[in-house]
Unconditional design. Structure first.
Length: 287
């Protein structure tokens, strides 16, 4: 669409403001990494470290089964010294980034189509809901058979894990949109992609943002399963290699790195979500 008349923005805002905020906007994201929130966020990790060290000191398990936190740090330094730590971390980050991006893009396209059209929903939704119930590991042998043992099956599995949270939340968000907003769009000649861009996406964005964060968490979960597919690098590979070599310190290092990377990427996405929610609020006339 070339340009939007100010009238449609005023009209959409009036209609949106006529409904309670809770029906259109999910709770605003709160970032706990400032001031007292940062201190609170460290309480549980520090408690886990203390209990971990206590279990080592009490010899609940042998050092081979449960190495001390400093032993895990030493394992990280060992891998770094021989040039294995950073390449494996980057390989996993790259796979998650690509798989999450592809899965989210496909989910947004299909979510908009299903949310906008009842016939499309009746056509696709039953099948997609059935596929969502299939465990991730069940796809591994089939993807290997179809796509080989390269990067393609790994990225496909991660994209599949990302797809369903994004798709489900977006469709739910579109279903919550006040029909009067769509009528306003129709009144000003919006159809198809223009209606989705100007009405559906802004109004459903809080739900989409939640789906993107859930999809990112799923991408990290599916990463380990994906890297079981004949991977020669990545944090999932380090996990399996640590198991095969009896290195519990490498196993724990991989788990800690997965936790830190998962939380770090979620934090970055939450910051972007907070800014984009302002755009969504401005569109709806509730800011």
């Amino acid at each position: 669409m070339v340009s939007m008349e100010p009238a449609i923005e005023r009209g959409a805002a009036r209609v949106a403001s006529a409904e309670p905020r809770s029906r259109l906007v999910s709770p605003r994201v709160r970032l706990p990494f400032s001031g007292i929130g940062a201190v609170r966020a460290l309480v549980v990790p520090l408690l886990i470290l203390a209990l971990w060290q206590l279990a080592v000191n009490r010899e609940v398990y042998s050092r081979g089964q449960l190495p001390a936190p400093l032993d895990v740090i030493a394992a990280g330094r060992e891998l770094q010294d021989i040039g294995l730590l950073v390449p494996n971390v980057l390989a996993s980050v790259q796979r998650v980034s690509i798989g999450w991006g592809v899965g989210a893009a496909v989910a947004i396209v299909l979510g908009l189509a299903v949310g906008f059209s009842r016939p499309v929903e009746s056509l696709l939704n039953p099948t997609l809901n059935a596929l969502r119930a299939v465990p991730s590991l069940a796809w591994v042998p089939l993807f290997v058979l179809w796509l080989g043992i390269g990067e393609t099956p790994k990225l496909t599995l991660i994209a599949l894990g990302t797809f369903f949270p994004v798709y489900t939340n977006l469709v739910s968000g579109i279903r919550q949109i006040d029909r009067k907003l769509i009528e306003v769009g129709h009144a000003y000649g919006l159809r198809g992609w223009s209606l989705m861009r100007e009405i559906l996406l802004p109004a459903a964005f809080p739900y989409l943002a939640t789906g993107l964060r859930m999809g990112l968490a799923q991408a990290w979960l599916f990463l380990v399963a994906a890297e079981l597919i004949a991977a020669s690098r990545g944090l999932g590979f380090l996990l399996i290699d640590g198991q095969n070599s009896g290195r519990a310190d490498i196993i724990l290092l991989s788990i800690v790195l997965l936790a830190l990377l998962g939380k770090g990427t979620d934090w970055l996405l939450a910051r972007g979500e907070r800014r984009l929610l302002r755009w969504s609020d401005t569109f709806q006339g509730t800011a």
